[in-house]
Design a protein around this ligand. Sequence first.
Ligand SMILES: [Ca+2]
Ligand SMILES: [Ca+2]
Ligand SMILES: [Ca+2]
Length: 547
Amino acid sequence: MRMFKAHCVIFICLATGFGCGEPAPEVTFLSQDTANLSPNPSAPSDVVNGSDGIALTDTSRPIDEDTSVPRPRDVTEETDTRGTERVDTAPPTEDTENVEDVTLLEDTDEVLDIEASTDTDPPQEDTETPQEDTDPPQEDTGTPKEDAETPQEDTDTPPIEPAPNLLANPGFEDGTEPWNIWGGAQRVEGNVNSGSWAVQATNGNGAEQLVVNLEPNATYRLTGWGKSLANEPMLVGVKNHGGPQKAIKFSGPDYEKGTMLFTTGFSNTTAVIFAYKHQGAEPGYADDLSLQLESLEAKTPIWSDEFNGDGPLDPAKWTFEEGFVRNQELQWYQSDNAFQEGGNLVIEGRTENKPNPNYIPGSDSWKTNQETIKYSSASVITKDLFSFQYATVVVRAKVTNYVGTWPAIWTLGVDCPWPSRGEVDIMENYGGNILANFAWGTNTKWSPVWDSSKWPVADFGPEWTDSFHIWELQWTDTTMTILLDGQVLNDVDLTQTINGSAECEGENPFQQPHYLLLNLALGSNGGSVENLAFPTQYLVDYVRIYK
Ligand SMILES: [Ca+2]
Ligand SMILES: [Ca+2]
Ligand SMILES: [Ca+2]
């Protein structure tokens, strides 16, 4: 991680010709680690950053290749002997209060390190709702010429009430509550923008306020006043809202007003608003913060399947992989094993005993040298029917988490061979872990860069596997972010995801359309099916895709 951040800053400064310390206020995005403040999921057990070029051996997914060999399995003997018992038997880890402070320090460290890479980019949420930024309705009615032509419209236009400020004690005038002012930051008299009090932060400390009862998939405006007496800026920002951490930077010695928009995730009704200063001997100050609802339904649906029918899937939306496909997995893929029932897509792993129609005695290929099909499952895909680019994918599903199973929600780019086509593993579940990965091409054929994160299911709590959960991929032209139940699991900066020389050299596989795959693999990375109870079912309540 450290290597990546240093690399990122250097690269962007050189590439853009911009200095790394631009005047404030500016809006900056984070990457990653915002999830760590919340109770679940806990910190990732294993994170590999793509630009380090390190592949996690247990996450690769060779595609469409006879010669592909599954990576070493990640399932221990211990989990194997549990048979069809779920793997999530370890106690959940408890977050302590002290973790929060440490994590905030790390969080905002990320923001600062990333700032150079995001200074020159327009804020995503701003561009998603351009009409709200550039077209304040009251300006239209103020035009004198229009007043004269249609005077009655002026009086018909109701006065526009500003949305209420959702922050309590926004100017620090009423004591410290409900702010958590921590790490040496203080509520101080003087150095105010208004009133008598402001918050002062110095070196890796600040104030934060949890805001509840927010609307999911809504755009909010965060406004604040800030100044910094040091080189290091004062930050006013948001985290744990279901997207990349984002902050306004105040670098000048006098109070300035800053504002930014952010969008809540589809499973998020809370956010943490913070005022924070990363380092520097001289203090920074913030005052008069405001959080206002800007608009509902920030993203609009473009495609969905609720799976609320009975029987076969909608053939206008889904097609099927057939046969033995990849990774020397045990199952024969067939459409029979996917159906709608009880409001869900059911993907069912079964035992079989039927001849392999592609059997060739003595063949070198694992796809044709097996005389008998012993297991079946399904892989339902939108290939050739629907693809999407720069969209948000929301999937509610109940994973298996059994030894022997490997359910997934993932995407592949429409052009180029794997891995140069790009792969996004929104969800993989095997070996008792949830994985969230990005992969793209290198200078070596079939050898991807993996940007992976792995989260032990045991850390999510004992009830987790028995419930449905919501996975979300937020994909813009600059960033991809994977969330689970509103918590960021992994993200990637698309300036880093450029293919090497092996195939589609220099192309960005995440700047092309992708299609969606939902599948349940058996064996391979999933582990031995020896003790797995059949049939076994992976359930998907819905798939919703938004622009
Ligand atoms: Ca004040
Ligand atoms: Ca990452
Ligand atoms: Ca449903």
